[in-house]
Design a protein around this ligand. Sequence first.
Ligand SMILES: O=C[C@H](O)[C@@H](O)CC(=O)C(=O)O
Ligand SMILES: [Zn+2]
Length: 277
Amino acid sequence: MEIRHTTNPADVKHYTTERLRQEFLVGGLFEANKINMVYSHYDRLIVGGVLPVGEALKLEDRETLQTEYFLERREIGFLHIGGGIAVIAVDGKAYELSKLDVLYVGKGRQDVTIASKDKNDPAKIYLVSATAHAEYPTRKMTAEEANPTHLGSLETSNERVLNKYIHADGIQSCQLMLGVTTLKPGSVWNTMPAHVHDRRMEAYLYFDLNDDARIFHMMGEPAETRHLVAENEQAVLSPPWSIHSGAGTSNYSFCWAMAGENYTFSDQEFIPMKGLR
Ligand SMILES: O=C[C@H](O)[C@@H](O)CC(=O)C(=O)O
Ligand SMILES: [Zn+2]
C-alpha cells in the first residue's frame, strides 16, 4: 500500500498546492475489485476503499505490515458509504452492512473478507485501521444506534447531525474512534468553530457529493491556514497540529476517524475566531 510520512508544521507553511495535496489528500480509493489503502505515519492510521464486484476480497498486505495477518497488531472499522449490501466475513461469520452501517473488528481476527451481496449492485466500503494492543469484540452498529448529536444551525450554514459509532460510549476499541457527520440541505460548513487535538490525528472521507461539487477543506495551524479542494470520496489526512474544517459547494457527509492518545471525543481545543489566520 502507499506510505505517507509525517510532516513538520514549520515546513508545511512553505508547501505549494501540489505538495499539500501529495501529503494530505487521498483520492482513487474506490476501484473495482481492489482494496486500496494508504498507510499514514500519523498514529500509523490506515485508510482504504473497497468496491467488490466479484469474488470476496481478502484484507491483507503482508508486504507492508510484515505480520502473519492484517489484524495481528491492529483493529479496523468498516463504514458502508453507498450502493448495495456488503458482506464482511470475520473468521467465517458473515455480517451484512447497508449504507451508514459500521462494523468494528478487533485485533486477533485472522480472516477478514469483503464482498458485495449482489455483484450487479456493488457496495462501497471505507475502512480505517489503527494499531491495537488488546482484543475487543466484533460489533456492528447502524446509524440509528449511533447516538445522533444535533449541531449548528441553518443561520450559520452548519446544521448537521453527528453520529458516533466507535468511541468510549459506543463500540469499544483500543484507540480508533469513528463517526459520520451529515450536513442538512443548505448547510455547508463542518467543524467551525475549528479545533485541534494534538493528542490525536484525524482522517476525513467526504462522500455523498455530486461530481461537480467540491469541498474546500481547511487545514494548517490555526494562525497559518491552508486549504485542499476535495472531490466526492476523497480523504484528507489531518495532522494532530492541524485544524480540520470544511465548506462545500453543497451539503455532504463525511466520515471522521481518529487515533492516538486520549480516547475521549470531547478532548478538543476550540480555536477562537480571532485566532484564525
Ligand atoms: O474531533 C472531532 C471531529 O473533528 C469531528 O467529529 C467534527 C465534526 O464531525 C463536526 O463538527 O461536524
Ligand atoms: Zn477533530
